[in-house]
Design a protein around this ligand. Structure first.
Ligand code: PA5
Length: 435
């Protein structure tokens, strides 16, 4: 039995030559050396590499004690943030709670966690505000730069709601600000008003920040065991640094995806038959899309929730233009399960499945789908998670971050900046001055 997760590449390896793969593994090993020694592009933003190793008891205790306060005095926590400042915690909470939807209570009956500030929609802001109702609530405003438009506007809206409800002084005690220790608007405001403050290290960019307070605080409020999350990540960090390239999942994954890209596979599809993994797919999409889409190149990351999307883009995957490869995630020991009930009359013809577990049906469906896609000329990698615990999640998160750094370096770009994002922002800001 494996520990944490295992990566199975046999159904992708069959699409490449052995020599090519060895060549790309060598590139991956060189990339690893550059990343770990801080010798590659964007080295000033590689603080996440050692983060699980240097996160200490004192830091975790502070996050947990602030989270405990929210768990005691609030029924709802509004998490305000966009991109890397919210996708990670949302993914973790969804994964741990076993559901794809926001607002479900997680372990120990903690507050409902609602995510705001990742759009410019008044309809959405109003719906979130209304869904709070009379419940006691707190705000976590997360923005590394402290200047991003969407969370800034959302913070105005929910801060006002909070102040109207509790008064300015008591409201300030319900605001948790997670930002960089800088001289920007949000940090200055937090210091001035006495909000609770947690810092995202300067050397860690948004999309690599899930294991910093940006991700850990909401997860802790939701009842997640952040100590186990960090322990899992640290275990994976050691693997990523030490294993032989042909045994290191991060290097194997990075090498293969870049090789498949080189051979014309322009899109990678992250898919799973577990809905609670799909928020992780959104996090993965940002991590890889923002890190690698540069200089007219890069694998385009897409997600598919199965089996739902087999009834929509399934046709394209099986039979459309051959530009795809797929990474499909499954869970070996799911957090919970259900038995398919018997019927008296077998009205739907599915009685042969009565008494079977959903997890067995799920596994069979995954394997059958992989076989069909491979037959349809889609290279497939498979990642099987041991279980749905924080420890396994920590390992998976670190694996994906490390592999992203390696993959970006093989591609020859800086995987830690996002120059393209600034262009649309500039346009929006210019036009907003005129409305
Ligand atoms: O990965 C990134 O750097 C971005 O996606 C940011 O996380 C996102 O733009 C939000 O930025 P900020 O946290 O500064 O508000």
């Amino acid at each position: 039995m494996f520990k944490g997760f295992k990566l199975d590449i046999k159904n992708a390896l069959s699409f490449v030559e052995e020599g090519e793969y060895t060549e790309y593994l060598k590139k991956a090993e060189e990339a690893r050396t550059a990343l770990v020694r801080g010798e590659g592009p964007g080295r000033e933003l590689t603080g996440w590499v050692d983060l699980p190793h240097i996160t200490d008891r004192e830091q975790l205790d502070r996050i947990m004690s602030l989270a405990d306060k929210v768990r005691k005095d609030s029924e709802v926590l509004i998490v305000i943030g966009i991109g890397g400042s919210s996708l990670g915690s949302r993914a973790a909470i969804s994964f741990l709670s076993g559901t794809a939807d926001d607002g479900h209570r997680t372990k120990g009956g903690g507050p409902r966690i609602l995510f705001a500030g990742n759009d410019l929609s008044g309809t959405s802001a109003k719906a979130i505000a209304e869904s709070i109702g009379d419940a006691d609530f707190s705000l976590a405003v997360i923005s590394k730069s402290g200047t991003t438009l969407e969370p800034a506007l959302s913070f105005r809206v929910f801060k006002k709601l909070l102040e109207d409800r509790y008064g300015k002084d008591d409201a300030a005690k319900r605001i948790y600000c997670i930002t960089e220790d800088n001289d920007k608007a949000l940090h200055r405001k937090a210091l001035k008003e006495g909000y609770h403050l947690l810092y995202v290290p300067k050397e860690i960019g948004g999309r690599y920040s899930v294991l910093s307070p940006a991700g850990l605080f909401p997860v802790a409020v939701a009842g997640g065991d952040i100590e186990e999350l960090i322990k899992g990540a640290e275990e994976e960090r050691i693997n990523c640094l030490d294993l032989d390239p042909d045994k290191d999942p991060a290097l194997m994954y990075a090498a293969l995806r870049q090789l498949l890209y080189h051979k014309g596979r322009k899109l990678e599809m992250f898919s799973s038959f577990e809905p609670c993994i799909m928020c992780l797919g959104e996090w993965w999409k940002q991590l890889y899309g923002e890190s690698e889409g540069k200089g007219g190149k890069g694998i385009f990351p897409v997600t598919a929730m199965l089996s739902r999307d087999l009834h929509s883009i399934g046709q394209y995957i099986q039979d459309g233009e051959r530009i795809l490869f797929e990474t499909i995630l499954g869970v070996e020991n799911t957090a919970s399960d259900m038995v398919i009930p018997e019927t008296e009359d077998d009205f739907d013809g599915n009685e042969y499945l009565a008494g079977k577990l959903y997890s067995d049906i799920n596994r069979t469906a995954r394997q059958a789908t992989i076989a069909a896609h491979v037959k349809g000329d889609v290279p497939c990698m498979e990642i099987i998670l041991e279980d749905q615990t924080e420890h396994t999640l920590g390992r998976l998160i670190y694996f994906y971050e490390f592999a992203c750094g390696i993959s970006g370096y093989i591609q020859g770009i800086n995987p830690f900046d996002q120059p393209g994002v600034d262009e649309y922002k500039k346009n929006i800001y210019e036009r907003l001055r005129d409305i």
